[in-house]
Design a protein around this ligand. Structure first.
Ligand code: CP
Ligand code: NVA
Length: 317
């Protein structure tokens, strides 16, 4: 008999059925936030972050509180890990006190190692490679706007081939939809390993995966245009000038939005830099759903904590 999913370390850990269950529960939490107010009663959830966060931290702490639990927020400086204690020892200690661990850091391998050594669920709240909890909120926003039947629609990410672009490819592939990622080629393109993984998943799910350097082609007829910051946390400042110059033709402007479908939406995980990856008139305009995406961060993390701690998710294994 297959075992339930213990951790959410990567977007690719989730099956389509898991995602549908999570989004369904998140919608219920949106209508009635305290629906499962005793699920984490008398329990604590550690939230360990070595990078900045506004939304994910607020969403995680409020999600734990809405489930009746207490969040414990930890920065690298707060833990002995900053003084050389191993990840495996840290994972064992946190497991002794808490019922789940939400972690945001640089290396994906650190999150994988925490998952391996912790006996409690570990949730990736952003690494250099992935941002699975963001994509849950994003897909809920897409379903809310267009329904669950997305046939004939195209969903395009335009910008840096970063952690969010990778998660976009894997999420779209898992859900069996038509997703496009348009980035400059070379250094700022999505990792080949992620594109190959998305193509593998697509063989089973029927998804259509396109990776291009043509922003206009990506925008033409799209139901959603998604972008993200050009300089991510951890990106090297020495690359800034070269990167901004390469990405300038990928800025989401009103001109680009004119190529999209009539009922299209503009998406951004935030934080945004108006005048860089998106113009103010687009992000603050009528097609923008960025506040709805941000709102769904809590309900989706709440659903994830609820189902992961109950062992309801089966994953892909
Ligand atoms: N979208 C997102 O993850 O935002 P924060 O970095 O503010 O958590
Ligand atoms: N790509 C961005 C996402 C922030 C939510 C970063 O990693 O900084």
């Amino acid at each position: 008999m297959s075992r339930p999913l213990k951790d959410l370390l990567r977007t690719s850990d989730l099956s389509k059925a898991d995602i549908e269950l999570l989004l369904d529960t998140a919608s219920k939490f949106a209508k009635k936030p305290l629906r499962a107010k005793k699920a984490l009663a008398k329990k604590t959830v550690a939230i360990y972050m070595t990078k900045s966060s506004t939304r994910t931290r607020l969403a995680s702490e409020t999600a734990v509180a809405h489930l009746g639990g207490s969040p414990i927020f930890l920065r690298a400086d707060d833990l002995q890990i900053g003084r050389g204690e191993t990840i495996s020892d840290t994972a064992k200690i946190i497991s002794g006190f808490c019922s789940a661990l939400i972690v945001r850091t640089f290396a994906q391998s650190d999150v994988d190692e925490l998952g391996k050594h912790a006996s409690i669920p570990v949730i990736n709240a952003l690494t250099d490679d992935d941002h699975p909890t963001q994509l849950l909120a994003d897909w809920l926003t897409i379903n809310e706007r267009f329904g669950k039947d997305l046939k004939g629609r195209k969903f395009s990410y335009i910008g840096d081939g970063n952690n969010v672009a990778s998660a976009w490819l894997i999420m779209g592939a898992t859900m069996g939809e038509h997703v496009v990622v348009a980035t400059p080629g070379g250094k700022w393109a999505p990792k080949a390993s992620v594109v190959n993984q998305a193509l593998e998943i697509a063989k089973r799910s029927g998804a259509q995966i396109e990776v291009t350097s043509d922003a206009k082609a990506a925008a033409t007829g799209a139901s959603a245009i998604y972008t993200d910051v050009w300089m991510s946390m951890g990106d090297s400042e020495s690359d800034r000038a070269e990167k901004i110059s390469a990405l300038t033709p990928f800025a989401v402007t009103q001109e680009l939005m004119k190529l999209t479908a009539k009922d299209s939406i503009f998406m951004h995980c935030l934080p945004a830099h108006r005048g860089e990856e998106v113009s103010a008139e687009v992000i603050d305009g009528e097609k923008s759903v960025v506040w709805r995406q941000a709102f769904h961060r809590r309900t989706t993390i709440q659903a994830l904590l609820y189902h992961l701690t109950k062992g309801d998710l089966m994953g892909n294994k």
